[in-house]
Design a protein around this ligand. Sequence first.
Ligand code: PLP
Length: 423
Amino acid sequence: MSYFTYKNKQLHCESVPLARIAKQVGTPCYIYSYGALIEHYQAYDQAFAELDHLICFAMKSNSNLAILRAVAQQGGGADIVTGGELFRCHTARVPTDRIVFSGVGKADDEIAYALELGILMFNVESAEELAAIDRVAKRMKKVAPVSLRVNPDIDPKTHPYISTGLKKSKFGIPIKDAMKLYTTSRYKNIRFVGISCHIGSQITQLGPFEQTAERLASLVTRLRKQGVTIENIDIGGGLGITYDKEKPPHQTAYARVIKKHLGPLQTRIVMEPGRSIAGNAGVFVSKVLYNKGQGAKKFVVIDGAMNDLARPALYGSYHEIRTVRQTTARKSKVDVVGPICESGDFLAQNRALPAVKAGDLLAVMSAGAYGFTMASNYNSRPRVAEVLVHGRQYDIIRERESFKDLPRGEHVPKFLVSGRRPK
Ligand SMILES: *Cc1c(COP(=O)(O)O)cnc(C)c1O
């Protein structure tokens, strides 16, 4: 079901016209559908119903407290990669025993924070990290629950920046080395509780997931023979989504493959979907400022930019763009660009778009994941507001930053204030 549809020629999120929200909160802004978010979460929950499972929402895709709370209320947890994300989880009251900590570069203070709160497990990415966790846990007189993140050397057939399961990537531990670490480590403050894996993002075929599951299954079987306890198998991030014409498999097909290979091992299945839960639950709404012709080239200049939504500039990604007011105006090819002083500042290139004029609203679709979380203050642009729609109601779940927020924490040293030049 689509939660973004035209009614009376106006694009709505659930039962609320986007234009109404834009008028109240201003543009640009992110608008999320609660219904879509929950539907996407439940697609996993239902598909994996027959297996003991835990859905740890990859909050790097969307870390707003309201989104985290919504997921937690459904029984889900979080996949975190920093202490800051853990703080957000704690603030949003995500149960700590539903939190997994991923990432190649966990610092001592982040490890200590996670041990203090008591998370489900650390997904450890190197021998040195394992030693560091043991050291911190020992100091705190705790035992750290750990799974090793293995690198199965599988090509996920996605964008190179978001491929993470190949030998050449910085992620995970090669299977052979992981086997050795599991069976020969003698750390007193580490307890192995599982194994984990994440081969990449925006994967639209089942093949790579199936190959990964096969490798994990054989590894877990071998580990058990050596007496290593594996209670959790973390299968990593979720399915790809439709931005343009991609046809990703459904959650039920994914679950079938996982069940076939990992079901017989009788562990809990942990998964870390981000994009497939939040991505198509959100849009980025922006206002047209100018039309600009440059020879044969036409530009639509909008008030949203690469600092608000970085994916097109960062990965050359495609996002569908719709006019908020439905129109039959003739289409022509344009570049949709923002006000930032970079040629990479575009949201679409060579896109057939109906004629628009200053003040018209555009909705950049599929922007709920890796949208706001990647936003920056580049060009001293305040970060935009976020809104959550639920049926006929909507709430501002993050206020637009003000100019005053921009230099927060900055100080001009005394020698510059005095008016004299430094010697
Ligand atoms: C990014 C990431 C995810 C989320 O991937 P999606 O494609 O958004 O589902 C999950 N786990 C890890 C370790 C990640 O780095």
